[in-house]
Design a protein around this ligand. Structure first.
Ligand code: ZN
Length: 669
């Protein structure tokens, strides 16, 4: 662990233009610097670096951040890795924080496991290149597949001989612990080698360390399993690793697409032929963890299938999982008898790419085609297919996308769109209900009686009443109401964002010179009691961080939000800082604003307005709730105590609203 003082020191030292210039050619333009974006392909530069704000932002693809974010994204590093990189660049000595004995022990075990795997990798490599058996059996197999020697070395391919315990004896003679060999599955329980007489594929994690092996037999004996894989261990979680991702991640980001194939050799052949955005799920069908891994780099996935229709149908189940993660899925079928490896060899790189582009199919139509061909004219089978397809569509979180798919499906299947709509709605509602019940079980122990709007702030428990779920049978055309877990966009979200915008940009500036208060202090003092009224969870966290900083005597600056591993937060901070049309740009263009001071001299008025507007929208929302409660009161209870209480609150809130509105008018004019 790097201690906090050193972290601050590193983040302070890192200058965005110096960090970026190691990778991107920058030209000065006005107060900013500009270059061609390293994160997407572009001809005209839209990648902007602001030395004064110490941020970068691409107005083409939206990538943006502080220096540390650039290193993380560009070099695919974790936050601590990026900090170490920057420390090296700026000659800052890293003070390691003391770690607990437990942490240390866990890390030492993991470290030793990596070291053992590293030894095994070298051993298998040595067998392949330097022994007679390895050369004649293993190396000739790889060469027959067309692998270059550089490819074999890059991917850490290897060979194990037929001896029963040659590897284990060799490792133990080098003082590697048998316990670790067994944990990693390199040595079996009966002390013999787990992998024997196989060509070996090393499996790497995201930072390139070997975490497991896959071994393929070259024997034609049907009793011997073709592939064997390392068991899971502290360093290898099968459902959270993808073969080849370490070598593919940069290409995936650049192409904004991840190609999935089935086998190790497919991945290697495609990479060797300059199609590098390729990974394999190595035999298992896709898992949620693997999709999550890919989604860090792109939201577009292309799955290449060969093999028989039965296998494809099984694999299609994985597609629903991909859809749930809001990824776009395309499917390419190779001609019968071809796999990606053989097909690349037959067609060459350009021909291969062309085929993919011409034959990619949207997952849904691929699925329809496949299932309908099976169903033929059987009406019962057809209904089952329709249900299956609708089930897939219901998994898509994006409402608009769902609507487009339904329309297309209705056309292709020749089924009335209204029927598909109501079927989808039923499934979504069922899923929602299930989710809702689960949530209630988790959250609500006491709030089980009928919910009545309360006067408390809109928050976790009140949310349902603000956005009541339609209980009717059929959804309105084109929409099914909110179904994702994310809170709906509120009209007052803008005001929440504006508060955060001022904190990020002007938090450290002076608000009141006489009192010596900063903008950050002023905002925190006026908004801290309303923190629960902030609906957007990230803005809420950002405000909480500001409160914490002020309470401990620190300033609120943009760096506060850069010093976090939360990529979403730092990207929001940068978004708020990176107005494409800054005041300085206007001046550069000769446009002088007569009516308004530049933003960094206008912070007092800006702050006052933002706070008042924020309070105004929040109070309006409360008024609406109380008003509804009053309206819904049965007529015969209009004299009841509860009714009168609501009336009193209603009048009081309205008074308060009027006085805020007045104040706001006074501030503006
Ligand atoms: Zn870009």
């Amino acid at each position: 662990m790097i201690d906090k003082t050193t972290v601050d020191q590193i983040l302070e030292a890192a200058r965005v233009e110096e960090v970026v210039e190691d990778f991107v050619n920058l030209k000065r333009r006005g107060v900013n610097m500009i270059g061609r974006c390293p994160f997407h392909d572009e001809k005209t530069p839209s990648f902007t670096v602001s030395p004064s704000k110490n941020i970068y932002k691409c107005f083409g693809c939206g990538e943006g951040g502080f220096p540390v974010n650039f290193v993380m994204t560009h070099e695919n590093m974790s936050f601590p890795e990026a900090l170490r990189y920057l420390a090296k660049k700026y000659n800052i000595e890293i003070q390691e924080k003391e770690v607990s004995a437990e942490e240390l022990a866990a890390r030492q075990v993991a470290d030793s496991l990596y070291i053992v795997n590293d030894y095994a990798k070298d051993y298998f490599g040595n067998q392949l290149f330097n022994t007679d058996e390895g050369k004649s059996v293993g190396l000739s197999y790889f060469k027959n597949r067309g692998f270059l020697e550089s490819t074999i070395k890059k991917w850490n391919l290897g060979y194990t001989n037929a001896d029963r315990d040659d590897f284990t004896r060799s490792a133990i003679s080098k003082y590697y612990k048998k316990e670790h060999l067994k944990t990693l599955g390199l040595t079996s329980r009966s002390d013999i080698d787990f992998f024997r007489s196989r060509v070996m594929f090393a499996i790497h994690n995201l930072s390139g360390k070997v975490i497991a092996f896959g071994g393929r037999t070259l024997s034609s004996d049907k009793k011997i399993p073709k592939y064997m894989n390392s068991p899971e261990s502290e360093i290898y979680n099968k459902s959270r690793s993808l073969y080849g991702l370490y070598f593919a991640k940069t290409a995936i980001r650049k192409a904004d697409e991840c190609i999935m194939v089935e086998g190790y050799t497919d991945v290697i052949t495609l990479h060797q032929n300059q199609v590098e955005n390729v990974v394999a799920s190595s035999g298992t069908s896709l898992t949620s963890g693997q999709i999550h891994l890919v989604s860090r780099y792109t939201s577009n996935m292309k799955i290449i299938y060969d093999g028989d229709p039965a296998g494809i149908k099984a694999a299609l189940r994985g597609v629903d999982l991909v859809l749930e993660h809001d990824m776009n899925v395309k499917i390419v079928m190779l001609p019968t008898g071809e796999d990606p490896d053989s097909f690349m060899k037959a067609k060459g790189t350009e021909g291969f790419k062309e085929y993919l582009a011409e034959n990619e199919k949207d997952f849904l139509f691929f699925k329809i085609e496949l299932l309908m061909a099976d169903a033929g004219n059987d009406p019962i089978k057809k209904t089952i297919v329709m249900k299956d397809i609708v089930g897939s569509i219901a998994k898509i979180p994006d409402q608009l996308k769902r609507a487009v798919y339904l329309q297309e499906t209705s056309r292709v299947l020749n089924v009335d769109e209204a029927i598909l709509l109501s079927e989808t709605a039923k499934i979504i509602k069922k899923d929602l209900k299930k989710k809702d019940i689960d949530n209630r079980r988790k959250n609500n122990k006491s709030n089980s009686n009928h919910p009545k709007p309360t006067l408390s702030a809109p928050g976790a428990s009140g949310e349902e009443e603000f956005f009541p779920m339609d209980d009717g049978e059929a959804p309105p055309p084109g929409g099914f109401g909110e179904q994702s877990a994310a809170p709906p966009i509120l009209d007052d979200e803008y005001q929440e964002k504006d508060i955060i915008r001022i904190l990020v940009n002007h938090g450290a500036l002076i608000y009141d010179e006489e009192e010596g208060t900063s903008v950050g202090q002023h905002i925190v003092a006026h908004v801290r009691d309303d923190i629960d009224k902030i609906d957007n969870p990230i803005y809420k966290t950002m405000l909480e961080m500001a409160i914490k900083a002020i309470d401990s005597g620190d300033k609120v600056t943009a760096e506060l939000y850069a010093n976090t591993q939360d990529a979403k937060m730092s990207s929001i901070a940068v978004e708020l800082m990176a107005d494409p049309y800054t005041y300085a740009d206007w001046e550069q263009k000769g446009v002088f604003l007569q009516t308004q001071k530049p933003p960094d001299e206008n912070q007092v008025l800006d702050t006052d307005q933002a706070i008042l507007r924020f309070r105004l929208v929040k109070i309006k929302k409360l008024i609406d709730i109380v008003e509804n409660t009053i309206k819904e009161f049965p007529v015969d209870q209009n004299g009841s105590e509860e009714f009168m209480l609501n009336m009193k609150v209603f009048i009081k809130l309205k008074d308060e609203r009027n006085s805020i509105a007045k104040e706001l008018n006074a501030v503006i004019f």
